[in-house]
Design a protein around this ligand. Structure first.
Ligand code: SHN
Ligand code: NAI
Length: 219
């Protein structure tokens, strides 16, 4: 059965990572980027995680996983090496209705991790449904080249312009037309690549003004 792809809002939600090695650290970083309240359960922490715990950016439970640890959690990622621990945590998570990812053990996963390209608000996620993580990685590497760092500010600027369109162009068709015109104007992306963000924004505002004067909206 194909997986159902979603983007979760984890801001302020309690998320548990079981394990304190490299893989756990990478999952913790991803969760922190989404504003989750992260709890790491592991007797040992690799140096990066130890630093996060010291700065109170994650809560550290300094012992092996115990039943009851998932209380109040939205989600748990099991990133330790022992398949038996993965199975135990996954069984408890499922009994409690807590979403679970057991790294590299898809039979124990409610959700699996995609390969990611993050450019500010723009996120490109690739999954093969577990068929070939190596292919997911290869495609991510290709996408990384095509969708360069300029897409971060570019999407920010498009988002700001869109909010203005929503305020000033009440007519639904005119609104759609101008939003599509904005997204298709490749010069805006080029200006972001040249770090000329003010000019990029001006270009979008001209498209908005044109739509307003053409009768689509409020001056
Ligand atoms: C099901 C899933 C469950 C999950 O863990 O969530 C899973 C499962 C398994 N991975 C395995 C192996 C490898 N995983 C990678 C890499 C990544 N694996 C990731 C996700 C996922 N891996 C989920 C499905 C993703 C999808 O839908 O395609 C990525 C995308 C994201 C991430 O890990 O965060 C990240 C790339 C990130 C990036 O580079 O951008 C590489 C390549 C490499 O490391 O270079 C290899 C070796 C090559 C190969 O096997 O293809 C094994 C066998 C382990 C063994 O040999 O024992 C299993 C277990 C099994 O297949 O049963
Ligand atoms: N290191 C990597 O780059 C990758 C690792 N993986 C997978 O991720 C998993 C973890 O990998 P690593 O981080 O490298 O392993 P690791 O061996 O460095 O870390 C495992 C961690 O789990 C902790 N742990 C063990 N039993 C525990 C328990 N009962 N409760 C809480 N914590 C416990 C250990 O203290 C240790 O900190 C493995 O299954 C590995 O196959 C997958 C892809 C890449």
């Amino acid at each position: 059965m194909p997986y159902y792809p979603i983007f979760l809002n984890l801001e302020g939600r309690r998320c548990i990572v079981v394990g304190g090695g490299e893989e756990a650290a990478s999952k913790v970083r991803g969760l922190l980027e989404s504003g989750a309240r992260v709890v790491v359960t592991s007797g040992f922490l690799e140096p990066g995680l130890a630093q996060l715990a010291q700065r109170n950016e994650v809560e550290w439970v300094p012992r092996a996983y115990e039943p009851g640890d998932l209380e109040g959690a939205a989600l748990v990622i099991v990133a330790c090496s022992e398949p038996e621990v993965k199975r135990r945590v996954a069984a408890e998570a499922r009994a409690l209705g807590v979403l679970v990812n057991a790294v590299d053990l898809p039979a124990c996963c409610d959700f699996i991790s995609p390969a990611l390209v993050r450019r500010g608000g723009l996120v490109l996620a690739v999954s093969t449904g577990g068929r070939s993580p190596a292919l997911a990685r290869l495609l991510r590497e290709r996408l990384e080249k095509e969708y360069d760092a300029a897409y971060g500010p570019y999407v920010e600027i498009l988002g700001r312009a869109r909010r203005q369109v929503l305020e000033r162009v009440p007519n639904v068709e005119a609104r759609r037309a101008v939003l599509h015109a904005m997204a298709r104007d490749e010069a805006v992306l080029d200006l972001c690549r040249q770090d000329s963000r003010a000019e990029a924004e001006e270009r979008l505002m001209r498209l908005l003004d044109d739509a307003v004067t053409a009768g689509g909206g409020r001056p």
